[in-house]
Design a protein around this ligand. Structure first.
Ligand code: HEC
Length: 353
């Protein structure tokens, strides 16, 4: 309980008091903001994946319709140009024809058309798509590993589509793949490859580069971070101010309380001193009066009287010694609800702490 004495002598500084409130606030705020940022990043990726998937699905649908239109015509003739040479994989005796005015035309099958459409889309939007198959006639249509896994699942009928984000050369790409079902019109050319109606014999994979989206998002994200930091800074300054003001008030209240305790301790010590010393002092005082009288009548002092004085002096000495060795703050009830320091209890040397 030596603490009491050190406590009443060392007032709490308002700055330290403010820190005890402020540090937990800053820690909690930081954790909260970190979680918020993480959550925001996660939900953004989820939203972006959904948006990209919708775009990919719309594109896939468009490709399918165009391919079907082509297939329904059993392929479409276009003029031969350096960009559109005859397709060596298309086995058709009427693949190449010449018009009456001598122009050369070649039949473009859906897969060939898909490649050309992809080139245009690539130039216009940066999207790429590809027709693929596990057993392609054209080696160009071989799937990569991810596409192969998806195609196998499609063939088993496990899933109807697959979408994923990939890191590629430092930037991200979104990949989407869905199966191609064999229609009646496909069999004109593919019956000989063992295709039959309703089969899944391949798929179309779409690659959307995410650079543009990521760039837009990183600008957006920067704004979010800046506004979050602003909110954090403003609330931190606000809370710092408030805690400092409260702590200042609290610390002066504590200071006043200590002042009161100090005063109480002094009064209680004075009370104890008065209480303990009064009796021996009175005895000594009375004996001195007696000695004076005896001295006037030339009467001798008895040894017993001397002993009494000696004992009372010892008693007082003992009280002083106890006062000097106070290590604790223990009080006892005195008269009229007042308390005084309990010298015996307060000066016990086998004090804990
Ligand atoms: C006019 C003939 C023709 C029609 C109609 C046709 N295809 Fe093809 N298809 C081909 C040729 C030829 C190839 C391979 C060469 C290439 O890549 O152009 C091919 C390639 C493919 C591939 C890629 C795998 C490979 O073998 O290289 C798939 C998958 C495919 N076709 C599915 C279909 C589906 C589904 C339909 C019906 C909607 C269809 N095809 C209609 C001629 C045709």
């Amino acid at each position: 309980m030596r603490k009491f004495f050190s406590e009443i002598n060392k007032p709490e500084s308002p700055f330290r008091l403010a820190l005890t409130f402020f540090i937990p606030f800053v820690v909690i705020l930081s954790i909260l903001f970190a979680l918020l940022i993480l959550w925001e990043k996660k939900s953004h990726d989820r939203k972006l994946t959904n948006t990209l998937k919708e775009s990919a699905m719309a594109l896939f649908d468009q490709i399918m319709i165009t391919r079907l239109w082509n297939a329904q015509h059993g392929g479409v003739y276009v003029e031969v140009t350096p960009e559109t040479p005859p397709n060596p994989y298309l086995e058709d005796p009427r693949r190449d024809i010449v018009s009456v005015d001598g122009r050369r035309y070649t039949k473009v099958n859906p897969a060939y058309m898909t490649r050309q459409l992809s080139e245009i889309t690539m130039k216009r939007h940066g999207y790429k798509f590809r027709i693929i198959s596990l057993y392609p006639v054209n080696p160009y249509n071989f799937p990569d590993e991810w596409e192969r896994d998806a195609l196998k699942k499609f063939e088993k009928g496990d899933v109807v589509e697959n979408a994923e984000i990939f890191e590629q050369d430092g930037s991200r790409v979104f990949k989407y793949i869905a199966p191609l079902k064999v229609e009646e019109s496909c069999l004109k050319c593919h019956a000989k490859h063992g295709y039959s109606y309703g089969d899944v014999r391949g798929g179309i994979s779409i690659i959307i580069p995410m650079e543009r989206y990521d760039l837009l998002y990183s600008m957006d994200f920067r704004k979010t971070i800046i506004s979050m930091l602003t909110i954090a800074a403003v609330s931190t300054i606000f809370v710092a101010g408030i805690t400092f003001i409260i702590s200042k008030r609290l610390s002066s209240a504590i200071e006043r309380d200590m002042e009161r305790k100090r005063l109480a301790a002094i009064i209680e010590l004075a009370g104890a001193t008065a209480h303990e010393m009064r009796q021996p002092m009175t005895i000594v005082h009375n004996l001195i009066g007696l000695f004076k009288e005896k001295f006037e009548h030339r009467e001798p002092l008895t040894e017993e009287e001397m002993n009494i004085i000696n004992n009372q002096c010892d008693r007082m000495n003992n009280i002083i010694r106890k006062m000097l060795s106070i290590t604790d703050y223990k009080t006892k009830d005195y008269i009229k609800g007042k308390k005084i320091i309990d010298l015996d209890e307060s000066s016990k040397t086998e004090d804990k702490e």
